[in-house]
Design a protein around this ligand. Structure first.
Ligand code: PMP
Length: 355
């Protein structure tokens, strides 16, 4: 038995559990892009591999400038991180100490509670409206003197629901300027409703609003770990201070740059996913499932206590791995939208699930 003194607080913190991968199965459990990187991106990775004896560019300078150009912001507003999950951690570390409060809707991205509790901050949650959509008035009502950070996941993972411009603006107007709001737009590129705001646009002129995006989903680089934040320069400086040195590899930077150069082609793939999302949802509705409207690359089935059984059925009946969240009252299953034949395999399982 180890005698090492570990932090007692860790006993109450779960280990992050990713979607399962099973050899030979169709994985629709981690909201990944179903298509591999473009040949031009693989060529850029191969070329960058020649420099593997050197440390990466710690500032991700070329990539940061490319992102700043793309979004019409200054390079001193960009932070590149080892996946956007690392940036979630940096936002918390930059704003919170022991006892400070982080607010987010629940259920939402699994990493928010873990990262919050690891730094000794207090997680404050507001339940989703009807178990589906973020409840902005409830988030605003939860703000106290100790609030430092609010995560607004839009579209929300795992329910896929999205906030509209007017409600998000009204919420931001209510948040005191001392509190940082991070709009987590990991799934932004799959939004097709014009009334869902672009966080980078809505954050212009608001120094306490930052936006988080990732190359893992739309750009299909989950395995390389690249995310980025757009924030006010002072916030950006703080994010850099708490960053782990050299955490964005040379391969990741090269792949992200090459992917941005091929953005039109890659975003066209997202449109295929958006079309498939509509097809899958329509068929699920026809089968009698309740399916909230999704603006992300996944759909959510609020199956409550049937969630685990449904996921098990998908695996046994169609070799498809989906992600069940087994909350007692608000459980559901999240299914990533992927290539048509994979979505079809899932739909066949959904059709044969005994209910
Ligand atoms: N934010 C949200 C809402 C997510 O769903 C995810 C990934 N599941 C992330 C951030 C982190 O993604 P990554 O670290 O791959 O950029």
């Amino acid at each position: 038995m180890s005698q090492v003194h570990l932090r007692a607080a860790l006993n109450a913190i779960p280990t992050y559990t990713p979607g399962r991968s099973v050899a030979g199965a169709i994985k629709l459990a981690s909201n990944e892009m179903g298509y591999p990187p473009l040949p031009s991106v693989i060529a850029a990775i191969t070329e960058a591999a020649q420099d593997m004896n050197r440390y990466p560019d710690n500032s991700s300078g070329a990539l940061g400038r490319a992102l700043a150009d793309r979004f019409g912001v200054s390079p001193d507003q960009i932070t590149v991180g080892c996946g956007s999950v690392a940036l979630c951690e940096q936002f918390i570390q930059a704003t919170c100490g022991e006892g400070d409060e982080v607010i987010y809707g629940w259920r939402s991205f699994e990493a928010y509670p873990i990262l919050t509790k690891v730094v000794g901050a207090t997680a404050v949650t507001a339940p989703l409206l009807a178990g589906e959509a973020l409840n902005l008035p409830a988030l605003a009502a939860a703000i106290t003197e100790n609030t430092r950070l609010i995560f607004v996941c839009n579209p929300n993972n795992p329910t896929g629901t999205a906030l509209r411009t007017v409600e998000l603006q009204a919420f931001l107007d209510q948040v005191p300027p001392r509190v940082l709001v991070v709009i987590d737009e990991a799934y932004r590129e799959f939004v097709d409703d014009d009334d869902v705001p672009d966080g980078i646009e809505i954050a212009r002129g608001r120094d306490n609003v930052a936006v988080l995006r990732t190359m893992s989903k739309a750009y299909g680089l989950a395995g390389l770990r690249v995310g980025y934040a757009v924030a006010a320069p002072e916030v950006t400086t703080a994010l850099h201070k708490v960053a782990l040195p050299f955490s964005v590899s040379t391969l990741a930077q090269a792949a992200a740059l090459a992917s941005l150069e091929s953005a039109p082609e890659l975003l066209e793939r997202c449109q295929q996913v958006v079309l498939e999302r509509a097809r899958v949802r329509a068929q699920l509705l026809e089968l009698g499932y309740s399916v909230p409207e999704s603006q992300a690359n996944f759909v959510w089935l609020p199956l409550r206590d049937q969630s685990a059984a449904f996921a098990q059925h998908c695996e046994v009946a169609a070799n498809v791995i989906v992600r069940a969240f087994n909350d007692a009252d608000a459980g559901g299953v999240r299914i990533t939208i992927s290539r048509p034949h994979e979505n079809d395999a899932f739909l066949s399982a959904a059709a044969s699930f005994p209910r």
